[in-house]
Design a protein around this ligand. Structure first.
Ligand SMILES: *[C@@H]1O[C@H](CO)[C@@H](O)[C@H](O)[C@H]1NC(C)=O
Ligand SMILES: *[C@@H]1O[C@H](CO)[C@@H](O)[C@H](O)[C@H]1NC(C)=O
Ligand SMILES: *[C@@H]1O[C@H](CO)[C@@H](O)[C@H](O)[C@H]1NC(C)=O
Length: 803
């Protein structure tokens, strides 16, 4: 600024005049005055005559340039502004700006130099080159770092040029203004507080420049600060611990969890790569982690029974290698994927059949590798076996029998144990146990029949088979092996073994001797069946052997005695009429039944028309009246035949004498065969007949009395004809008096010669039901001693038939 200070206010100019003697005039004028503004009165200043100005053609000429800034008011002599005067345009930054003009007068030519000093006014604002500034600052920049901002320009000079700067209030920067050589001012941004791109990645600052004019003018520029990233942030996981649950057996590629980490940095500094950090070898192939997406997926088999939870360190790394860590915990949840397993701990096999119910026969353990409900196991047995499972400690069960076992009914049990867990769906498994029942000798042999009967004809061969017995024993092996044997006993006073023998293995009973029906009609033996157990069990059975008759005895003729034995002549009265009973042939047969059914026949006679014989009675009767002409001596040959097959027979001769008086018979000698014996014989006969008659009468009386006391059975003695009863043989089959065989087959009672015990048996017949059947009176020998006397009873057997 110059020495002269010009203040221009509202177009009013204050002009200071400097007097020059040389005729030059200098004015100071403020730039940018309006056209027509008066710079000064040059006429006055130069002492020119106003009136003459126009005549002298006064005018202003420009000296150098052809721009004529000033003009002259010829009337007033004022120098006025004719063209816009812009100091900055004329002189720029020059401190002194002078416009040279000339005042030219003619007549006389007069030249005055006019110096117009153009004074600056503050008509320019400070101005920045750009409207906005972009600055990039790395966030890692240190405190106090400086960033050049450049400067603002102001066309004005001096005080009106840029005097100061100011920065809008902000958190990070302050302004430092420096003055260059030459006085120009520039400014720098100073980092007062470190930047954080992640906090604020851009800032807009307003920088103002002020000049010193009055009024002051300013210019602003917007500074865009872009904070550049530095990798100053490690990635951060969303959680420090990630927890996930995963059902076991999840298929490969199942998504478990997605990890997330953030890195506020930018670009590669925020590119996060996930990875497993510390993973034990066994877990390494179970999961996969996608490095970019952070998805954790199943990569292998997940087995709760092997690993129930996984804990892994995971890392997140950004592009330039900052790492942070988190923990991933994967809890595996149980699935019911293991069936229970049944272990047989102990098993008593085989089990004896005699164990009492409730005996423990085995111990079972059940295991399930799952957990919680999935490992709760229930055990059961199938129905219908005499066993049950009793829960014991923990997963142990006792297999206990519930009933009595019987090997002979069920010898093997197929026991199926089923174990089911309580998972959903439940799993189950089963196991079969083969239980054998061991034998105990608890069954005696049992005969197939309650008793056995054997029928054998007499005269059998020794060694012949009578019958066989069989007993069953359901026990096992030797406990069920049956051995037969005879029990000791007697038959007819002889050991039973002398009659029969039994095959120990087969039970076949053999006769040891030949039997004689006439001696022994039946007997009983006891056979024992015994098993081979220890101790052995046995049972007994009775075998009745019945001997049947064979026609092995020929009829035996008792009367008349066989020829030569006695004097046998019957007297027939001369006056006998036709049909009179003359005599009777008495014969017996030791056999029985048909074999003893005798029939009589006259095979030869002196006079065939005179006598007949009853076919079954043996009675000889006259057929017609005896006449005088009939021969005195009659001979008959009688044949006696039994009814057996084949039949046996015997013959006898009967001598008949037709006479009223034995003495009349002169030729008696002729008739008798033996002269010497005949007399003796006749005496004997007479004696014998009388003794026998007496004896029989005695017996009849005694027995009659005895039996009349009891139930009054009638004791009959057959024989309408008085026959020599003494000829009744001992021990012979019955032929009743009428000669007919009784139709019933009777077991008859005897008084047996020589026997000390006898049975009287009441025999029932078809035509008499009044007596109880099979009622046996046991008679002691003394009973008979009363009747017969000892001596007689042992000598004579008498046939008694009860009707
Ligand atoms: C026992 O039962 C199982 C299953 O039912 C079967 O496979 C096996 O053949 C049976 N064994 C016998 C001896 O019955
Ligand atoms: C026979 O029974 C006995 C017990 O009475 C027993 O000890 C034995 O083992 C059984 N024998 C067989 C072969 O089963
Ligand atoms: C069989 O008879 C014998 C001999 O009399 C006897 O010891 C045994 O006890 C009997 N057995 C039975 C089962 O009756």
């Amino acid at each position: 600024m110059g020495f002269w200070t010009v203040a221009v206010q509202c177009g009013l100019a204050f002009i200071f005049l400097t007097l020059r003697v040389d005729g030059d005039v200098t004015y100071s004028v403020l730039e940018e005055m309006n056209r027509g503004s008066v710079i000064g009165n040059i006429a006055k200043d130069l002492g020119l005559d106003l009136g003459r100005l126009s005549t002298r053609k006064a005018r202003v000429d420009s000296e150098e340039s052809n721009v004529q800034y000033c003009g002259l008011n010829l009337n007033t002599g004022d120098l006025i502004v004719q063209e816009r005067i812009d100091r900055e345009g004329l002189c720029g930054k020059k401190a002194m700006c002078v416009i040279k003009q000339e005042l030219v007068l003619e007549n006389p030519l007069e030249l005055h130099r006019i110096h117009i000093r153009v004074l600056d006014i503050n008509d320019n604002s400070p101005q920045f080159k750009e409207e906005s500034l972009k600055i990039e600052i790395r966030e890692s920049a240190d405190k106090d770092a400086r960033f050049l901002l450049g400067e603002a320009h102001d066309g004005d000079i001096g005080e009106n040029a840029v005097q100061s700067y100011s920065l809008q209030q902000n958190d990070h920067f302050s302004l430092n203004v420096n003055t260059k050589a030459g006085g120009r001012k520039y400014c720098e941004l100073v980092l007062d507080k470190e930047l954080d791109r992640e906090d604020k990645n851009e800032m807009t600052l307003l920088l103002s420049a002020f000049d010193g004019g009055s009024p002051q003018k300013s210019g602003t520029v917007v500074i865009h600060v872009t904070v550049l990233d530095a990798n100053d942030n490690a990635p951060a996981f969303g959680q420090s611990v990630y927890k996930a649950t995963l059902p076991e057996n999840s298929p490969v590629e199942t998504l478990i969890i997605t990890l997330s980490a953030t890195d506020p940095d930018d670009g590669i500094n925020s590119e996060i790569t996930f990875g497993f950090d510390h993973v034990s070898h066994e877990n390494s192939d179970a999961f996969s982690l996608h490095p970019k997406t952070g998805e954790v997926r199943v990569a292998g088999t997940i087995d709760y029974e092997r690993v129930t939870s996984y804990e892994m360190q995971i890392s997140a790394k950004d592009g330039l290698g900052l790492v942070s860590y988190a923990t991933l915990i994967i809890e595996v949840t149980d699935e019911n994927d293991n069936a229970p397993i049944i272990h047989l701990k102990t098993m008593n096999n085989p089990i004896p059949e005699n164990i009492p119910p409730g005996t423990e026969v085995g111990i079972i353990n059940v295991q399930d590798r799952d957990s919680e409900n999935n490992r709760q196991v229930r055990c059961s047995l199938q129905q219908g076996v005499p066993f049950k499972l009793v829960p014991s400690i923990k997963n142990y069960y006792s297999l206990v029998s519930t009933g009595q076992l019987d090997r002979e009914v069920v010898s093997d049990y197929n026991i199926t144990i089923t174990a089911t867990d309580e998972g959903s769906p439940p799993l189950s498994s089963s196991k079969s146990v083969q239980l054998s029942v061991a034998d105990i000798n608890d069954n005696p042999p049992v005969f197939e029949e309650e008793s056995y009967s054997a029928y054998v004809s007499e005269n059998n061969k020794a060694g012949s088979t009578l019958c066989s017995v069989a007993a069953r024993d359901p026990d096992w092996r030797q406990n069920g092996t049956v051995i037969y044997s005879l029990l000791a006993g007697e038959v007819n006073g002889a050991p039973v073994s002398s009659y029969v023998s039994v095959n120990g293995d087969t039970g076949v009973i053999h006769a040891v001797r030949s039997f004689d029906y006439e001696q022994l009609r039946s007997f009983k033996v006891q056979v024992m069946a015994r098993d081979n157990g220890s101790p052995p069990l046995s049972s007994n059975v009775t075998v009745s052997v019945f001997i049947s008759d064979v026609n092995d005895n020929a009829p035996q003729i008792l009367y008349p005695a066989p020829e030569g034995n006695s004097f046998m002549t019957e007297l027939v009265p001369k006056a006998a009429h036709g049909g009179s009973l003359v005599s009777k042939v008495i014969a017996v047969d030791a056999d029985s039944g048909q074999n003893a059914w005798l029939s009589y026949q006259i095979v030869k006679s002196t006079d065939p028309g005179l006598f007949t014989i009853g076919v079954h009675s043996g009675e000889i009767r006259t057929q017609r009246d005896i006449s005088e002409s009939d021969s005195m001596k009659q001979n008959l040959i009688v044949s006696v035949k039994d009814n057996g097959q084949p039949s046996l027979s015997a013959t006898c001769s009967m001598y008949l004498l037709i006479s009223d008086n034995l003495a009349e018979v002169p030729e008696l000698k002729d008739i008798s065969y033996d002269e010497k014996n005949s007399k003796l014989t006749s005496y004997l006969i007479i004696a014998l007949v009388s003794v026998s008659t007496f004896f029989l009468t005695f017996i009849i009386i005694i027995l009659g009395v005895r039996f009349c006391r009891r139930r009054k059975p009638r004791l009959l003695f057959d024989g309408a004809v008085a026959i020599p009863s003494a000829y009744l043989p001992p021990n012979y089959a019955d032929v009743d008096g009428t000669g007919t065989l009784r139709s019933t087959y009777n077991y008859d009672a005897y008084l047996t010669t020589g026997s000390r015990t006898s049975d009287f048996k009441f025999v029932s017949s078809y035509n008499d039901n009044t007596l109880p059947a099979d009622q046996t009176l046991r008679k002691s020998p003394s009973d008979f001693a009363d009747v017969f006397g000892d001596g007689d009873s042992s000598e004579v057997g008498t046939k008694l038939t009860m009707l």
